[in-house]
Design a protein around this ligand. Structure first.
Ligand SMILES: [Zn+2]
Length: 349
């Protein structure tokens, strides 16, 4: 959790003295940004590599059944425009491969809230590549995914081949890359082990990334529909403790959280007005941060509004604090709350 000093602008500070000196003065509430969305203690992203059909037919719908979304790494040159073209590509030149997800189907998954991540043009291991080869493998792929589906925000290293040089290259135009992962499938895998990995993340307050390949199909390190479903069912029982979202959404939150600043502009017994600012590109970093307002005393209810027009923001109470989801940017946020004990500490009329 990140704590911010009370950054009262001078003009406001000067307006306070008539009552601020009183011993019953209202303390300025502390505002923090939650470590993860919804003030959950940990985060998990499910990633699926290589664009095999099981991701489209089983993995995505299974995630959706629990309200979750996944990150799917596409190999650009194994993909074709529609299912027919993808089938032809799979068998071209006498090959007998299973067809991969087509661009048409990738667009469907993206429209349902899943993330389509860049997994390279030809799935070449990056550490062995020269700069011009990296440009082709990483950047040409990024441009094609952008054109076919939409800008990919994250990169999944082909074969997990990575080092500081290729990481720097990838992060020029992606907000994050998969830097470490927990295997879901393959030798020694079990649902119990996967559940244990999630338990450990919650205990440690970490964000983790799960990596899968074949899902309910013949292929590399396969997992069955039942295994994926069983695990997600378990995770869904921990929803208030662990945030399940895509690699891009978790990366967006963490980057915004670590760069955002809170400035309190006005504070009263049962309300506070503040600004939440971030230096990051507002087009990409457009997801809300969960602000925790320490209002003091057990709370009954709260509401939040932004800007002069008073657009309502989602606000909930939990014990002594108000949770408000706010996208960093212009426009002050005003949060009001009701304490169980009432506005006892105010001496103002
Ligand atoms: Zn791969």
């Amino acid at each position: 959790m990140k704590t911010f000093p009370f950054a009262l602008p001078l003009s406001i500070a000067l307006a306070l003295p008539t009552w601020a000196a009183d011993t019953t003065a209202i303390p300025v509430p502390r505002i923090e940004i939650a470590r993860f969305a919804g003030n959950r203690v940990a985060a998990v992203s499910y990633t699926f590599d290589d664009g095999t059909m099981g991701h489209y037919t089983v993995a995505a719908p299974t995630l959706e059944r629990y309200g979750f979304r996944g990150t799917f790494g596409v190999i650009v040159r194994k993909t074709a425009d529609d299912p027919d073209a993808a089938a032809k590509l799979a068998t071209a030149g006498g090959k007998n491969d299973a067809r991969r997800i087509s661009w048409q189907e990738w667009r469907e998954l993206a429209a349902r809230g899943h993330e389509v991540a860049n997994h390279g043009l030809d799935h070449r291991g990056l550490p062995a590549l020269t700069e011009p080869e990296l440009e082709r493998e990483v950047e040409d792929a990024r441009r094609i995914v952008t054109e076919k589906v939409g800008r990919p925000l994250t990169f999944i290293y082909p074969g997990n081949g990575r080092n500081p040089r290729v990481r720097d290259f990838v992060l020029r135009n992606h907000i994050a890359a998969r830097d470490r992962e927990e295997r879901f499938g393959g030798p020694g895998f079990s649902v119990e082990k996967a559940n244990g990995i999630v338990d450990k993340a919650i205990k440690a307050g970490q964000s983790i990334v799960i990596m899968s390949h074949a899902v309910a199909e013949v292929g590399y390190q396969p997992v069955s529909r039942e295994e994926l479903d069983g695990h997600l069912q378990y995770v869904s029982t921990l929803k208030d403790r662990i945030w399940v979202d895509t690699l891009a959404n978790v990366a967006r939150y963490v980057r915004a959280r670590d760069s955002a600043t809170v400035q309190i502009q006005r504070s009263e017994s049962e309300s506070v007005t503040y600004a939440l600012a971030s230096p990051l590109d507002p087009v990409v970093f457009n997801a809300p941060l969960t602000c925790l307002i320490q209002a003091g005393g057990p709370l009954i209810s709260a509401s939040a509004r932004r800007g002069p027009g008073g657009v309502a923001l989602p606000a909930t109470v939990s014990g002594n604090q108000v949770l408000v989801d706010v996208v960093p940017g212009p426009g002050s946020v005003t949060v009001r709350w009701t304490r169980m004990s009432g506005p006892a500490r105010s001496t103002r009329p």
